[in-house]
Design a protein around this ligand. Sequence first.
Ligand code: BGC
Length: 727
Amino acid sequence: MKFRLPALPLAMIATLAFVPAPVVAQQHHPWDDKTLSPDVRADMVIKEMTLDEKIQLVHGTGWGALREGDPIPPRSNKGAGYTEGIPRLGIPDINLADSAVGVRLAATESRYATLLPSTLGAASSWDVQGAQLYGSVIGRELRAQGYNMSIGGGVDITREPRNGRNFEYAGEDPVLAGTMTGNLMKGLQSQQIMGDIKHYAYNDQETGREILSAHVDKKAGRESDLLAFQIAIGIAQPAGVMCSYNRVDSVYACENDYLLNDVLKKDFGFKGWVLSDWEATHSTVKAALAGLDMEMPGLDYFGAPLKQAVEKGEVPLSRVEDMDHRILRSMFAVGVVDNPPMPRSVVDPFKGLEDAQHIEEESIVLLKNANGALPLKSTVRSVAIIGSHADKGILSGGGSAQVDPPGGNVIDPRPGEPKWQETVYFPSSPMKYIRKQAPEAKIEFNEGTDAASAAALAKSSDVAIVFVNQVMHEGEDAKTLSLPGNQDELVSAVAAANPHTIVVLETGGPVTMPWAEKVEGILSTWYPGIGGGEAIANVLFGTVNPSGKLPVTFAKRDADLPHPEIAGMNLKEGPDHKLPPFDVNYTEGAKVGYKWYESQHIQPLFPFGFGLSYTTYAYSDLKVKEGGKEVSFSIKNTGSRAGAEIAEVYGALPKAAGEAYKRLVAFDRVDLAPGESKTVTLKIDPLYLSVFLVDKDAFELLPGEYRLTVGPSSDKTPLEQTVSIRK
Ligand code: BGC
């Protein structure tokens, strides 16, 4: 096989087996009948449950493996969360794992998990099948490790481009983010593992996330953040939705009646259960009545206090049974009762690597390629590789999305899992694969800590490749969009020394590039995953033709953002080490990302939807059909290399909508051989062209003239047609 797992120690492969005891239905129960609907099966179980069992199913058992010294229940799989099942009724335990970009906490149990590219990266592929593949890798590995639920599935849109968790999400546009995350979770649940969508809602920054109150007007919220959730939930039908830490309009998200009952359960028709983020439950009666269905990770509010509240009549028993119903029907619907994960298999790291690399190769965005600098030729005589430990590996994102590196952090190898918020590099060395691509070349590495010495090496080389990074993790935001440390200075110094400078970005999200004019090439690789080293080399040398496009706008400067400073960033912690409560007024409303730049007439550094290729494409023949519900157009590969072009369809609403921006309403990724033309036909969901009318509490398509445009990027839409939509 072509792929080799880099530096996975043999000792580790030998210890991949593990033995958690699954709870399996041994006895026959009437609800084992798979021909019955999940809802009927759930109700049959509920009829047999005692009040204590009904309560037991709606909370976790404590921090367990996440907090050193906390007790770990005997059947827990040692993941982020655990809810005890009901063995006498054949209901398995729920073992939940953090798994945003791969399964977390594998190393401590001598297990292996594949690190995928960041989900923001995968969103750059705009590949719906790729998103499903992404989810299926995680689902496969969760199953092999004995988990039956993922708590990945982040879809908070990039309202705040400095948010420390953007790498776990899917970009700034609700249609792209919702579609990609929904398909990711669909792929995950296809492995009969329960999925989750999070963090609901407006958890758009980490600074003060536990106390801030987000304010977005109702209309704007439904057309932006909440639309991303609506789309993802509609596609995936996930078992769970995790409510977030923050408050929304001064009410905690996990006890917010409007968000949970009215929007999520009633309007979106969500049939699964709402679980709280870890310690994001703040009350018993209020939360239960507002729609929270499960407290995580413990039982402070939904354990004994919930039972008492039921006995006192403060929470109707029917509400607790509704919680149980939502949990049980999801377990039946996804298949974890009928086909529980068995401790029978081990993760196949080679398959995981192959999939991760494939996804990364589709996700890398070529942002600049002056003078045909790329692809590099294998006959290049000398290459200077500079910075970001590119001799050893690739950067990963931290926090609860951290995957354990096989063999330890390559820049600081130690056994076991990395420390919280540690900067972790994985063993996938770009330099090693660059060597493979140019075997005759003199390839030297410079750490990049001293700009002058890096520039000296660059000067004596044909080409300089500078790797720059932005370390991001849960719990903290970047203060600015600037690359941290001396990296801007480093790139400028190298570019001044060698005109053939290529910059490779490994970042959690968008960054500024004051040196962009001075370098020949720029690649955004996000956090590239375990196959990243080889994927990067393949794109640099043209073995792979880059095809990714930006799921987020790259601004020129922080001052161009709707909020030049992150709210709460300058507040001082009190004696309890906590920030005082504060408000975040998202006055930009639905104008997130490109919609902001377009409406404010601000030129970004690189626009949403932008990305170059080693070939060229031409668009023609736009036809709008079905009264605006369908478009068709042609794309031709006009260059000499095969490639995949991402075509983007935007809609501008009639004047009455008062929107000074267009919306992404459809997209497709099209493979094209050199010279080949294809007709692309895409449906447009009327929801994506609709406005939310607060007085009617509903979306509506306004009558009037809609301008539909099609092209390769949000700032370049060569095809255009207006369609009149009447009621
Ligand atoms: C994060 C969640 C995560 C949970 C469990 C929280 O701090 O916000 O995304 O799933 O911890 O690790």
